[in-house]
Design a protein around this ligand. Structure first.
Ligand SMILES: Cc1cc2nc3c(=O)[nH]c(=O)nc-3n(C[C@H](O)[C@H](O)[C@H](O)COP(=O)(O)OP(=O)(O)OC[C@H]3O[C@@H](n4cnc5c(N)ncnc54)[C@H](O)[C@@H]3O)c2cc1C
Length: 291
């Protein structure tokens, strides 16, 4: 669910220019993986490490690199996957029977060790209401999934792109966006000051976020309080870049404040609702709002 003009599927058809005689390589592929390990990272976060055939080909651009995860439908051992991973994969998946096709959800690569054949995804454990959260809370070694992931680190399925003249960076997150924010912070050079507001359900859900950047992180444990906290904050001087992600209504509220009340240039505010309270990703996809 993105509120920008991002496609409803990863930018599977985005390819580098190639000689006319050779088809450009597809920057994404579909991997049939299984669970290697599961760890309860924090009370509200489950870390799942996947492995399987073809893993050394998987790649990541880092930052908020997104992937599509396919989970088995009820009663299945393995997800029913689209047969093609080329540009038409999304249409092929959509054409499958909704009752039996793999359940598709959007996640972030938390860590990729392609040579060792390990992909790590951190799941916000928000209970049994959503199939992905329910699956993660019960995941066991050997459980099978499909993952649509990049095979080149120059793919375009990430949104964090601060312009070169950025003086400081504003970030927001909740558990769904912690993997993205953690990788963005790890990627940033020491020269960039960062102000971040991160909502987590409990103080124990705070995570260490290693970075070389000069960070000032405000952890909030009351849901929906990010807009109010940013409104009350004195923000740094200079040209900002904002990356505002998390629950959709929080994202909208923060964006409105930054653009209308703080005078941020809207082109310097990248914003994306990672989920919407009371709405599943399927419903968002049907309305054309899923990322
Ligand atoms: C680009 C991108 C990257 C993402 N990366 C990650 C990631 O790395 N880790 C991660 O955990 N999530 C991530 N998300 C969010 C994730 O895709 C959604 O939370 C998704 O809806 C979870 O699916 P589900 O089956 O658990 O719930 P759904 O079936 O989609 O929804 C069922 C119900 O649960 C509620 N719900 C959904 N997500 C949450 C949540 N996070 N907290 C509380 N309630 C929720 C919905 O409002 C709905 O009422 C990402 C989303 C995007 C767009």
């Amino acid at each position: 669910m993105t509120e920008t003009a991002a496609p409803t599927a990863p930018a599977a058809t985005t390819t580098a220019a190639a000689p006319a005689t050779e088809p450009a390589p597809a920057p994404f592929d579909l991997f049939a993986l299984h669970v290697l390990r599961v760890e309860r990272l924090t009370p509200s976060m489950v870390r799942v490490v996947f492995g399987g055939p073809g893993m050394p080909r998987m790649a990541t651009a880092g930052r908020d690199q997104r992937i599509k995860l396919f989970l088995p439908s009820p009663g299945q051992q393995a997800p029913h996957l689209p047969e093609t991973a080329a540009g038409e994969w999304y249409a092929t998946w959509q054409a499958l029977d909704p009752a039996t096709r793999g359940i598709m959800r959007t996640y972030t690569i938390s860590e990729l060790d392609a040579p060792a054949g390990e992909l790590t995804v951190d799941f916000a454990a928000h209970g049994d209401e959503g199939p992905a959260s329910r699956w993660a809370l019960r995941a066991r070694p050997g459980d099978r999934v499909g993952v649509f992931a990049p095979v080149t680190d120059t793919n375009q399925a990430y949104e964090f792109r601060p312009p070169a003249d950025t003086d400081w960076i504003l970030l927001t997150a909740d558990p769904s966006a912690l993997p993205a924010i953690a990788n963005i912070l790890a990627h940033l050079p020491g020269s960039v000051p960062v102000r971040a507001w991160i909502e987590v359900p409990t103080p124990e859900d705070r995570q260490a976020l290693p970075t070389g950047a000069d960070t000032d992180i405000t952890w909030l444990t009351a849901s929906g309080t990010t807009p109010e906290a940013i409104r009350a904050a004195a923000l740094p001087e200079g040209t900002p870049y904002a990356f505002v992600v998390g629950e959709s209504s929080m994202v909208k509220s923060v964006r409105r404040h930054l653009v209308k009340e703080r005078g941020f240039d809207r082109k310097r505010v990248k914003f994306s609702g990672y989920w919407r309270q009371g709405t599943s990703e399927d419903a968002l996809a049907q309305s054309g709002e899923a990322a």
